[in-house]
Design a protein around this ligand. Sequence first.
Ligand SMILES: Nc1nc2c(ncn2[C@@H]2O[C@H](COP(=O)(O)OP(=O)(O)O)[C@@H](O)[C@H]2O)c(=O)[nH]1
Ligand SMILES: [Mg+2]
Length: 373
Amino acid sequence: MADEIKSAMHEVPGCKAQEPPAELLSRVSSLASIGRRPLSREQYVEGILAGERATLARAITLIESTRDADRMLAEQIIEDCLPHSGNSIRLGITGVPGAGKSCLIESLGIYLIEEQQQKVAVLAIDPSSQISGGSILGDKTRMTQLAASDNAFIRPTPSRGSLGGVARRTREAMLLCEAAGYRSIIVETIGVGQSETAVHGMVDFFLLVLLAGAGDELQGIKRGVMEMADLVLINKADGDNIRAAERARHDAQNALHYLPASASGWMPRAQCCSAHSGSGISELWQAVLEYAALARTNGWFEDLRRSQTLSWMHEIIEQGLLHLFDANAEVMKSKHQLEKEVIEGRTTSFRAARRLLEIYSEQRPAAADDAER
Ligand SMILES: Nc1nc2c(ncn2[C@@H]2O[C@H](COP(=O)(O)OP(=O)(O)O)[C@@H](O)[C@H]2O)c(=O)[nH]1
Ligand SMILES: [Mg+2]
């Protein structure tokens, strides 16, 4: 921009570019930085509890940061927000790419805002974005109406790190969204690898979006994913596709019957919907509400959240230990050599792993002694 102005001025003969006064420059730069002024822990928390989207977004950026200082501040913010979180319904949505998840979230989100007077947060877990650099970003174009609403908060997937790391950041972002007053949290995943399991481990209700197709509609969907579903939705039940969708719904309902009963006491169902026409969207929400009412009455809702919280703790310990292991200089010194020996068949993977763990545990007491001294 500044270069454009400069070059335009150079084209005017006799016009000499002048340096703006230093005082003006400093005023402009302080004006520009107002939005990014560092906030204190209290300012972050106050802003989030007041439902300020910009502050919420900045706090999530801290969660995603790899800087230790940011991480520490993020943890303090989460701690302060924790007593205000939890009051929501957490929905997970999975399905093959192209099934219409993003369009469905747009349609459901608008329904929740307009018909149920709710605030809706949309988060995403997309491990493939590690390679593509944030493929879910494109999805905002499928959620234009929702993205424009003051009552919606859409956050693309954090694109760095392992699935465990991505999942942890999404869970933490979810807690902050709840503290900011979002009563419906929707987490979108793509049906790849472990991401369904990660999302299932952080939501109350799990939705599987399928398409009516030629042949076996359930092909390509692993049995495990079907087992996790509380609701199977056959999307794109519109136009010429309505009858095929109804057949697919029937097949899915049959398949659900053969699965073991869910511990929640809920009977998973299959329903049709169209993200484009909006048919079946209120029925979808009705099923979520029915589930929540049942699970709250029989105690499952709280039991599930408690066990999820416990597994998060265990996951954080595992990740933390791995981090310590990788950061240990003695371990790293021997790791490369041992890896080479495993590849060349000179030792077994079991013995090499055991040796590294021994090196690691020999290091720990020494490190603790150092700290005491
Ligand atoms: N006919 C029809 N097309 C849909 C519907 N929902 C989504 N689509 C289309 O399906 C394609 C994939 O949708 P998208 O939401 O990006 O799928 P995702 O990959 O599962 O998130 C897009 O071209 C959508 O316009 C629907 O209800 N009916
Ligand atoms: Mg999508």
